[in-house]
Design a protein around this ligand. Sequence first.
Ligand code: ADP
Ligand code: MG
Length: 394
Amino acid sequence: MKLFDTLLSETRSLFKKQFNTEPVWLASAPGRVNLIGEHTDYNDGFVFPMAIERQTIMAAAPYDGKTAKIYSAQSGELAEILIDGTSQPPASKEKVKWHSYVQGVVAFCIEAGLQPQPFCAVIHSNVPLGGGLSSSASLEVSIATVLEAMTGKRIDPVQKSLLCQQAEHKYAHMPCGIMDQFISALAKKDHAMLLDCRSQVPKPIPMSDTGVSVLIVNSNKKHELAGGEYAERRKQCEEAAQILEVSKLRDADPVRLETARDKLNDLQYRRAKHVISEDLRTRKAADALIAEDWAACGNLMYQSHFSMCTDFEITTPYLDLLVSLARWLGVEGGVYGSRMTGGGFGGCTVSLVKTDKVEEVSNKIREGYKAVTGIEPTIFATRPAQGAAVIEGS
Ligand code: ADP
Ligand code: MG
């Protein structure tokens, strides 16, 4: 809560400094972490994210003129946004700027009937940008939510998520799945969300035991070759699905995979094995969470990491080290489970940790990681947070 209050008061002062007035409308939307279910989304499978206690806040007030003026504390720039429905997406990925996300959401909100008056706004965030915790979705959803406050109209949160996803596809040239926007818009405090990426039906799963926290550790090391791997993995999954004679890997099970093993090459087999087993693990993890069986949930996280390391090949030695350190501490040391989270080839691990051991675990992981790599990891603990909300204004 303290982090949020600081962010909010900083946003108010920045607004006053930029526009010499008080904001009328304020809205926030959180970043997220995926507990388990990696590379399952585009295979129509399950993901299991939760919102984190890190937010993007957007503050706005009426402004003279015909457009919107938006300042981002993170970019340090003021951008002009069209509100007359004539905006065009950037021609290519290279031309995408931070305000392309803003323009995209505004354009799709107008299409959905949220026509704002000319306004000025400040965006401020404590979700690390580009750190795999979805600063982009928290930015998009905070904009759509402040536009709801501004226009006094509400859109269905599912429609809001899809609209933000469209904005990211079209205006940021990023073909993202639906997880990030869904969890940012729909998260419930003290709940994770089991999301079926095919039906797009989210299921809140209670995680109310405050004795357990989620520790996020950023390896602060990106894979130099990262780039084409994501598209390559998608293609391999599609090929495997075709050979297995299913429309998506979601529709295959381990028996079908083993029966068709001879028809798949080694890579296709291992890629499919990860996705099929990860889908099962994700659903089992939701059951384990409901039963508050933290050790079972943690074991599924370790299995997920192992599968991403050996079969899907998307981890790095840095992420493997972080998970090994967590595993070495074990339940006795305060850790139930740990895995790489996000697209892979760098970024963060997510671990289930006993709340009263958070500091001890953080210190041990920091020391161990630094001793081997010389790199200082970024570490913070969180509990499942609330989704987007209007803070002020109608
Ligand atoms: P992630 O979503 O994992 O943080 P992305 O690459 O998807 O990483 O999104 C990061 C991009 O989103 C930034 O490069 C920037 O263009 C935009 N963005 C997110 N938050 C802000 C912000 N507060 N101010 C300006 N741009 C932002
Ligand atoms: Mg993103």
